[in-house]
Design a protein around this ligand. Sequence first.
Ligand code: UD1
Length: 419
Amino acid sequence: MDKFLIEGGRPLNGVVTVSGSKNSCLPILAATLLVEGQIRLENVPDLMDVRTMKRVLETLGAKVEFLREQNIMTVDASTVNSVVAPYELVKTMRASFLVMGPLLARFGRAEVSLPGGCSIGPRPVDYHLKAFSEMGATVDIGHGNIIAEGKLKGGIVHLDFPSVGATENIMMAASLIDGAVTVIENAAREPEIVDLANFMNACGARVTGAGTARVEIHGVLSLRPSPYRVMPDRIEAGTLILLSCITRSPLMIQQAPLEHLGALLEKLRECGNVIRNQKDLILVEPVERPRGVQIATRPHPGFPTDLQAPMMSYLATAEGVSVISEGVYENRFLHIPELCRMGAKIILDGHQAQITGVPRLLGAPVMAGDLRAGAALVLAALSAKGNSEIQRVYHIDRGYERLEQKLIHLGAQIQRMQG
Ligand code: UD1
């Protein structure tokens, strides 16, 4: 298992480019299953999760090619000859479950292993399954697999919580119910859902209202291939902005989807940072000692849960007391004990963390417990005094493209070690 060795405290400078969005790309890749014919996707990030989704599509029979250097992936799902997504793949990545909607739509049957529990809480798929059965499928669970089958019908599907994955799965499932209208109420409003809808519509689907709490899907007979460019990754962009702030280094971040970063930028300005933009180029002028702030993570457009951990690293060095409450996941605080090993003062009480800022973190050996916790530790280590060793880098590789190359380019001292 790879680890990072980081020498902290170096000032960084320069320009860094944001890659394509992981959370857009994964559902878009699942949606290629709806289409017969070759689709060319651009700005596909070269990530572990993307490679896992490629394997899922190939297991189902699709022809997939990934030009990793050019970030181009072509998928031809005309050859799909299986509707079974096996445990070996689904267990490593919950987003594999997104193939269920498109398989059900195109073949009337899908068999997908039940995603296991994971380190950030139980994360069930009950909303997805309830929706599929309301849409007319029979849903059975046996031997660790979920088997959904049947002819789908339109209607109103109400989500108890605006789940991102459930909204996407329902949109895809409903897209091929020819002539029927499906309405998702209390839909998730994340920008990645808009990206998925834009891709599907480019292929001839009729999805309206994506990005609002009411999404309407008018089913069509079939979809046709269309090229598509994946949107930039707002979570990576946010992580890089926080990198600039935590290392007190004025960085320029290009291809940043500024319009989707409102909640983060508002809090960083409240801390005292100056953040300006010229089109999709963000310029950060970090404040020397940020003020502590109060944050509650919420579904979009609230503060993103995926930036909670990196934000906590930053606030660990703020003046005064900050409070972060986690409103999306039950247990997304794996980074707290690790940050405390680096000298942070954080007390966890249920869903709420109280952070008393210290002037400087100190390097230490730490372990990444999940993807965003890993990113938080990289930021903390780069700002800290002394050396850090971050274990379990494979979590970080799932979601950040060429992270260490980007950091080295900015002047960071970071080295990947094997074993
Ligand atoms: C997506 C993102 C992930 C992000 C999350 C919330 C992808 C590939 N991943 O995950 O990075 O952290 O949105 O912004 O896009 N839940 C249920 N039952 C369900 C579905 C969800 O109880 O059937 C719960 C989950 O356990 C979690 C919450 O709802 O506590 C949010 O989950 P959801 O919005 O579905 O997240 P994902 O789509 O899995």
